[in-house]
Design a protein around this ligand. Structure first.
Ligand code: ZN
Length: 231
């Protein structure tokens, strides 16, 4: 199915009836407080499943899940997903990996939103979005980025202008293009590398035999930036 920008995949305080698997595009998990302020706590692309909390019980999610960048995907009734989860060891393993990755990402972004500055967070956000969408051009407005990062729009405008002057990105009419991945990765906080390594680790490692990326994630081997296809 086609998933346009802004499409609500799941809503906070509503029990999810479906799960989604993206084939293209990027979705954001966004928490909105009673005062009206909001911030992104997770980002999902074609690597995972959306609506996983519905498999864990009847609790309603605390975050909305919104298509941040348009794309496409499959929708499956959650009752059918539960049946597959119970019957298939392979499906269960993949679903638990997706949930694990989501929980790890949420905890990392929670710390990032509290401890890292706007430049570091914007660079991290742009790189993660580009990775999830598998493109170097991210169709986003400064308003949307400010909402995702829980930051004022004026702050995002200043930071984006600085990154553009440094030759790391170019933005024009609601599109941001990453022009220097290595440079932007240097400007980003370490959360980008941690989140990327977690995703690489969870989806590439054979059971009980950690890959090089896995070893890096767990701090066994320092992994210099540049081992990805963006180097
Ligand atoms: Zn960070």
């Amino acid at each position: 199915m086609v998933l346009p920008q802004g499409f609500m995949l799941t809503r906070s305080s509503e029990i999810a009836h479906d799960v989604y698997f993206l084939t293209r595009g990027v979705a954001s998990l966004v928490v909105t407080l009673r005062e009206g302020e909001s911030a992104e706590v997770g980002m999902l692309g074609n690597e995972g499943m959306i609506g996983s909390t519905g498999l864990l019980g009847s609790s309603t999610p605390t975050a909305d899940c919104i298509m941040q960048m348009p794309g496409a995907g499959f929708r499956l009734p959650i009752i059918e997903m539960k049946r597959l989860f119970e019957e298939s060891t392979e499906v269960r393993t993949l679903v638990l990996q997706a949930i694990q990755r989501e929980l790890l990402t949420i905890s990392q972004i929670a710390a990032c939103n509290r401890l890292h500055n706007a430049t570091e967070r914007l660079a991290r956000w742009l790189l993660t979005a580009a990775d999830r969408a598998e493109t170097d051009s991210v169709p986003l407005t400064q308003e949307a980025v400010a909402e995702m990062l829980g930051t004022r729009r004026t702050t995002i405008a200043l930071v984006a202008a600085s990154l553009q002057r440094s030759g790391l990105i170019r933005y024009h009419r609601g599109h941001v293009r990453v022009t220097d991945y290595a440079g932007l990765a240097t400007a980003a906080c370490d959360c980008y590398r941690v989140i990327k390594s977690m995703t690489d680790c969870l989806y590439s490692r054979p059971p009980l035999r950690p890959s090089a990326a896995c070893a890096s994630y767990h701090g066994v081997v320092p992994r210099p930036y540049g081992s990805s296809h963006y180097s």
